[in-house]
Design a protein around this ligand. Structure first.
Ligand SMILES: [Zn+2]
Length: 59
């Protein structure tokens, strides 16, 4: 059976991968860039392309 690469719902991700196919940035949570949404909220975004969606990686 092939080893899974991505986390399933509820599993804790060790690292993250950008969901953009052309980007595929990988890194830890603290390596993500921060983008301010408004006065109270910041979003985590990819430092390479600015995308805010990530796959969780198991290792
Ligand atoms: Zn990216």
């Amino acid at each position: 059976m092939a080893k899974r690469k991505y986390t399933r719902w509820g599993e804790e991700a060790k690292r993250y991968e950008c969901t953009k196919k052309k980007c595929k940035w990988q890194g830890r949570d603290e390596e993500k860039a921060h983008k301010r949404i408004n006065e109270y909220q910041t979003d985590h975004v990819c430092p390479k392309c600015g995308n805010n969606e990530f796959h969780g990686l198991l290792e």
